[in-house]
Design a protein around this ligand. Structure first.
Ligand code: C2O
Length: 605
């Protein structure tokens, strides 16, 4: 497809490169599947992860949904459920021995991930370009489809079409350890290729904050969830990942969720004693761990939750190259099926949903800072950006960055041309106007977001990407002064030596390309409960910026100790969801904008 860039397009400045309006990534041709390569050295791997070829391909049809299947939280499953799940995995593993060419076998299923991520599949029509399902907008849809078929196969193997995978609820304090059902050495769910130090009760650190105290980890986890789902996200692409079309080089850039919690769980589980952090710490081997699928069930859940958030970022990508991208999977009857991204956008249409559990990060906006930071004080030790960049992130670095407008503006921070050694795990955090050096605390107003990368294969071992972090809410919370400059602190968390940042700048928020929220009236129905005090439950709006009550450490202690029944009881017990504020743009309510409503809100709400 060829399109001139002129008129509207030329002016819109929304098109990153001339190849952009190309074509969707097409499902690979299995018969031309080639060897997989190690993501670190580029060496050919000692595994054949090519699926059995088949000429007989059918197009996917949405199944009639009679009854919604409900994926349970892994830490809450019943004995009966666990017995079924274990039996299904046992049978899937048995297929490896009984018929290694059966595409439904455990290793065959694991190899799907390897083939789609380690360069075994070429892009159709582009011999030199791999298909890569990470580091782009294909991330969520690919993994949704992958799990869909995996789950169907497990169901078929135990003759239970209602079977569902459990999700690892790592975004809730009760799920922030490897789920116990995966840690029983006598269970087929067990895997020895995991980090032994991180077995339960070790607490995951989703933000790689390095915190040592469990409670600080929990607080950090909720803070980084809030950041990657809400606070730092300015556009649909920021969350979903960068556009990736036929003819594009793989890995254009991850969305906030992929590079945040998603990566953290992979690294937490992978065994650092293995050369490539197998199993979970590397793409080629991740699917060999049963826990991988429950991890991704929660990633999938994050996508579905994100779509319900009433933030001003549009939740759907309407680009035909996204909607028409396709993949191939074997279904539960060994039939090769071609699926398109467009058919997986609503998981309910695929017949499943998630067990409702509390989502404490939804309202985890950091506490407003009591006093403004004085730019004069914090800028000591900070350097001007010009001359400093390109910057290799060897140590914590403080940079003065000019704003586009004074004070609380709607702006984003852009880190450009981040060049990384793609064979390394890379992670750094970004803070704004931070006065202290408590780098292990993410639960503060100054935390702006994060960059991360898992090792992956590219042509020249060098990857380049940008990240955009929204500052609008942060400015409110740190009560940014009328300054025209902020101080950005860059904190390397992993392999800072191997990342070079090309430039840093602040620009006005680019278009989110959607209509603003019209009304938050209906939010009352979706509102989610969090525990705010030992004896009461606070109902809140799902609109994040409309709510300032925070879960503190004491509340968290309580939340973690409270049993589910009690919680459910409290919830059922006369709990009313009433919006605390109502905003309508058309003037039919007291406030026409969220910020006006917020301004009218009592300080101590
Ligand atoms: Cu396809 Cu979480 O990796």
């Amino acid at each position: 497809m060829l399109l001139g860039l002129g008129g509207l397009y030329g002016a819109a400045n929304l098109i990153p490169d001339p190849k952009a309006l190309a074509d969707p990534i097409q499902a690979p041709e299995f018969k031309s599947c080639s060897e997989a390569r190690d993501v670190q050295s580029g060496d050919v791997l000692d595994v054949n992860c090519c699926p059995p070829p088949s000429e007989n391909i059918v197009d996917f049809k949405l199944p009639p949904v009679h009854r919604m299947r409900v994926r349970p939280a892994a830490h809450k499953v019943t004995k009966e459920y666990l017995a079924k799940f274990e039996e299904a995995i046992r049978r899937m593993k048995a297929l490896d021995k009984d018929d290694p060419t059966d595409p439904r076998g455990f290793m065959q299923q694991a190899n799907i991930h390897c083939a789609y991520c380690n360069g075994a599949h070429d892009q159709v029509g582009f011999k030199d370009l791999d298909i890569q399902v990470h580091n782009s907008w294909l991330f969520f849809p690919f993994h949704r489809w992958y799990l869909y078929f995996y789950e169907k196969i497990l169901g078929k193997l135990i003759d239970d079409p209602t079977f569902v995978l459990p999700f690892w609820n790592w975004d809730n304090p009760k799920g922030m350890q490897m789920p116990r059902i995966f840690d029983n050495p006598r269970s087929p769910l067990y895997n020895t290729n995991r980090n032994q130090d991180n077995r339960p009760p070790a607490m995951i650190d989703l933000g790689f904050s390095g915190a040592t105290e469990d409670l600080q980890k929990v607080v950090n986890n909720l803070s980084s969830m809030y950041s990657e789902m809400i606070r730092s996200v300015n556009s649909t692409i920021d969350f979903m990942g960068q556009p990736y079309r036929a003819g594009n080089s793989p890995s254009p850039g991850m969305g906030s969720s992929e590079r945040g919690s998603h990566i953290a769980a992979h690294v937490f589980v992978g065994n650092p004693k293995n050369r490539y952090m197998e199993d979970m710490g590397n793409f080629y081997s991740a699917g060999r761990d049963t826990l991988f699928y429950s991890h991704h069930a929660n990633v999938d859940r994050m996508w579905s939750i994100w779509k319900t958030l009433k933030t001003d970022v549009p939740k759907d990508l309407n680009d035909p190259d996204y909607l028409n991208a396709s993949f191939l999977f074997y279904d539960e009857n060994k039939q090769l099926v071609r699926v398109k991204v467009r058919d997986c956008l609503d998981h309910r249409r695929l017949g499943y949903e998630f067990e409702p559990v509390d989502i404490p990060w939804l309202n985890y906006r950091p506490a407003k800072k009591a006093a403004r930071a004085k730019i004069k004080d914090i800028s000591s030790g900070a350097q001007k950006a010009d001359g400093l960049f390109p910057l290799t992130l060897k140590k914590v670095t403080r940079v003065l960055v000019p704003k586009t407008a004074k004070g609380k503006a709607d702006e984003v921070l852009v880190l450009e041309n981040i060049e990384t050694d793609t064979t390394k795990f890379i992670k750094f955090d970004v803070f704004v106007n931070d006065e202290d050096d408590k780098t292990e605390e993410l639960d503060k107003a100054e935390y702006a977001g994060t960059f991360a990368q898992v090792p992956h294969k590219t042509k020249d071992k060098k990857g380049k990407s940008n990240i955009t972090l929204r500052l609008t809410e942060l400015y409110e919370d740190i009560d940014v002064d009328d300054d025209d400059t902020i101080v950005v602190t860059l904190i390397p968390r992993s392999n800072g030596d191997d990342v070079t940042i090309g430039g840093i700048k602040i620009i006005p928020s680019p278009p989110r390309s959607g209509k603003m929220l019209k009304t938050v009236k209906e939010l009352g129905n979706n509102a989610l409960a969090i525990v705010s005090q030992v004896s009461s439950i606070l109902s809140t709006l799902q609109e994040p910026s409309a709510h300032r009550k925070l879960v503190g450490l004491d509340e968290l202690r309580y939340l973690m100790s409270m049993n589910a029944e009690h919680h459910r009881m409290l919830k059922a017990d006369g709990m009313k969801f009433t919006p605390n504020l109502t905003v309508a743009k058309d003037g039919s309510e007291k406030f026409t904008t969220i910020s006006a409503a917020l301004d009218a809100m009592p300080e101590k709400y």
